[in-house]
Design a protein around this ligand. Sequence first.
Ligand SMILES: [Zn+2]
Ligand SMILES: [Zn+2]
Length: 202
Amino acid sequence: MKEEHENALKEMYMEKIEGYECEAGTDGEIMKELHELGYVDDKGNLTEIGIERARKIIRLHRLAERLLHDVLSASEGEVESSACKFEHFISEEVEQAICTLLGHPDVCPHGREIPPGECCIKGQEEVKSIVLRLSDLSPGEEAEIRYLSGDDEIIKKIIALGILPGKRIKVIRVFPAHLIQIDNTQIAIDEKMADCVHVMRI
Ligand SMILES: [Zn+2]
Ligand SMILES: [Zn+2]
């Protein structure tokens, strides 16, 4: 499949199914080809196989974003341009390895849904995740906060406590609450909050 086709499917899915605004409309020639390939119906809507294909491409794009952002600490510009190249050549095996490594993330750094893959559905945990939830850490473990995701209200509370991406933490205890140390301060947070904080072990 040509890159132009993949990009067009991705944009159509984001616009028509997810409701995001996309800048450029799809080129007439590309639309004709997508129709011939069975990805688009007579009315210009995605067919079932078109949707399936688009979800795969979007999944790769957003997984690549997570990888570049969380593990490689790439800048925002780099994340965007590299993710756009990544999505066209990651094989299914590599895709599942990356997903498992990241702990089967459900959103990209922009907060957009990552369509789940086979590995997420099976919940394979054979490969130890690099990025995990704060609630998965044991007392004595140290980690760096990579990103926050979850309920907006909970995220606000977490940020207000100074628990921010880039900060290093040490887990003091996990019961009855998660007691963590950041800089010289100890902060207690509940399980729900600890679930929203994604960290990387140091
Ligand atoms: Zn994104
Ligand atoms: Zn997965």
